[in-house]
Ligand binder design. Structure first.
Ligand code: FES
Length: 102
């Protein structure tokens, strides 16, 4: 499909997460120490929006039941049950604009 603009770097400071809807899919974009990462926003446990959780050291913690995902890879880091990893996406930054490749 190509690259879709998701926002301006200046609107996404380090430590922030933002949910964007692209083609009917919710994608989370996070700024970790000045580097941008994108993965699915929908928790694979019960469907919470991960953008409403917390981000610390590259780990997103789901606000509903505490599943932890690595924001840079989409991999599940910690949860008592076996649930799927998140799909991750490539980010492209051009001047002040942040794009996700889908
Ligand atoms: S919905 Fe995310 S841990 Fe349950």
């Amino acid at each position: 499909m190509g690259k879709i603009i998701v926002g301006k770097k200046s609107d996404m400071p380090p430590g922030s997460m933002q949910k964007v809807a692209i083609d009917g899919r919710d994608i989370l974009v996070a700024n970790i120490d000045g580097n941008y990462y994108a993965c699915d926003d929908t928790c694979t446990h019960a469907g919470a929006s991960l953008a409403e959780g917390t981000l610390e050291g590259g780990i997103i913690t789901c606000g509903w039941h505490g599943a932890k995902f690595n924001c840079t890879t989409g991999k599940l880091e910690k949860f008592p049950a076996k649930i799927r990893d998140l799909k991750s996406y490539q980010i492209v930054v051009e001047s002040d604009s942040v794009f996700v490749e889908v």
